[in-house]
Design a protein around this ligand. Structure first.
Ligand code: NZQ
Ligand code: ZN
Length: 388
């Protein structure tokens, strides 16, 4: 186990009706709010009304900016920054999923920076300060509600890049599983794959002696494997929705990578798909993660066999570790398929004519992979292995 510092100050307020208390938590951090949201689901399903009612009852002044698209765009971030400036906003309330939260985080950081906010993403400019952000979560997936990162797309050049800073970690996240009852099955499933991928990115490590976090990862994965089919069967299964929602945060709040180094190649490879073709991040991962596993598993048969046995219940056949490891990859694919996720670029609607360019962008200026370092050729091979 490596040395580590673990800190996660985001206050989690979990359970039924908790969004009704949003004003109370907001008032601890600010008095003029930017209410930030997406394409309208919160208005359709009543969350907007509840939040506004709570703010108004507490006399908290707010301005609003909706319209965040999945794979959130830089243009709207800049609009948000202008609004924050002109309206003297001192707190940003994100009501939605990863896209809304990431847009809010970027507005919050951009507020204190004199240059172009894209410098944080493209030029490694360090974030020194950010406005406080709060969250009412409506989809368990990205884990952004208690993470230190944000991912933004700049359409000009089709770049999807991320930032990481403790300053953008939300102050609080309100998580009511009931708000996720209205999710379309595709979003539920894509969210589940993203959550599982956040665990798997951490699970596949070369760091030795990390038994506790191995076993926590395995428990989190098994929780997803049990509960995802239940919520697809019954959208209003509160108990299963609650398990998934909490796992989504645990998967990405850095607890599961304490003392170990994760891989993260698959996320880099996927981000090019959502940058160019605007696919749902989790659906892209359903294609890429098993393809990456298949490409690298022979570098660490023991770990991949452990995954197969402990997570998927594959019979340990330690005379043939390779066989055991392969069963785990196969089971992963079968599970993603069973919850309605694509397994090939073709199924995802991604054509094969720009793969070279995408592979080059994945490795541009960055080292990718930890369990195995991968270069442009490797990324291209991974894309080509799942063309159809
Ligand atoms: O826009 P609205 O109308 O709200 O609809 C959204 C959107 O279309 C809909 N939705 C959300 N809650 C709903 C609902 N529909 C019905 N009922 C509800 N309760 O779901 C769609 C997807 O929303 P989005 O916020 O895009 O989903 P997600 O949470 O998966 O976020 C994806 C973004 O997060 C980034 C991804 O790259 C992607 O851009 N990530 C952010 C991370 C982070 N900041 O730590 C880490 C992740 O690895 C990920 O990269
Ligand atoms: Zn992700």
């Amino acid at each position: 186990m490596r040395n580590f510092v673990y800190e996660n100050p985001t206050k989690i307020i979990f359970g039924k009706d908790k969004e009704k208390e949003v004003a109370k938590h907001t008032a601890e951090h600010g008095s003029k709010v930017l209410l930030h949201y997406g394409g309208g689901s919160i208005k359709k399903y009543g969350t907007y009304d509840t939040v506004v009612k709570s703010l108004e009852a507490a006399g908290i002044d707010y301005v609003e900016l909706g319209g965040v698209k999945p794979n959130p765009r830089l243009d709207l971030v800049k609009k948000g920054m202008e609004l924050v400036e002109s309206e003297n906003v001192d707190f940003i309330l994100a009501v939605g999923g990863g896209s809304v939260i990431d847009s809010a985080k970027t507005i919050a950081a951009g507020h204190y920076y004199d240059g172009d906010v894209w410098d944080f993403f493209a030029n490694n400019v360090k974030i020194e300060q950010a406005l406080p952000v709060g969250v009412v979560l409506t989809i368990p997936a990205a884990g952004s509600e208690s993470s230190t990162s944000a991912v933004i797309t700049k359409m000009d050049g089709e770049h999807k890049l991320s930032i990481n800073s403790k300053h953008i970690r939300p102050q609080f996240a309100i998580m009511n599983p009931e708000l996720t009852f209205t999710l379309p099955d595709y979003q539920t499933a894509a969210g589940a794959v993203d959550i599982m991928s956040h665990i798997l990115e951490r699970y596949f490590t070369k760091t030795a002696n990390v038994e506790l976090t191995d076993r926590l990862c395995e428990a989190a994965l098994k929780t997803m494997i049990t509960n995802t089919p239940l919520v697809l069967e019954d959208n209003e299964d509160y108990a299963a929705r609650a398990e998934i929602m909490w796992t989504g945060s645990i998967a990405h709040n850095n607890l599961l990578d304490t003392g170990r180094v994760g891989d993260w190649a698959s996320h880099g490879i996927e981000h090019e798909l959502s940058a160019l073709y605007d696919v749902a991040h989790g659906a892209g991962l359903a294609v890429i993660f098993p393809a990456w596993m298949e490409y690298v598993y022979q570098h660490d048969l023991e770990r991949f066999a452990q995954y197969a046995v402990r997570v998927w219940g594959v019979d340990p056949n330690f005379k043939d570790l390779k066989w055991t490891a392969e069963q785990g990859i196969q089971k992963t694919r079968e599970f993603f398929k069973s919850i309605g996720m694509p397994l090939s670029l073709e199924e995802l609607g991604v054509p094969g004519d720009r793969l070279e360019e995408m592979a080059a962008k994945v490795v541009a200026g960055k080292e990718r992979g930890s369990i195995v370092k991968i270069d442009k050729e490797d990324v291209l091979n991974i894309y080509q292995s799942v063309l159809k």
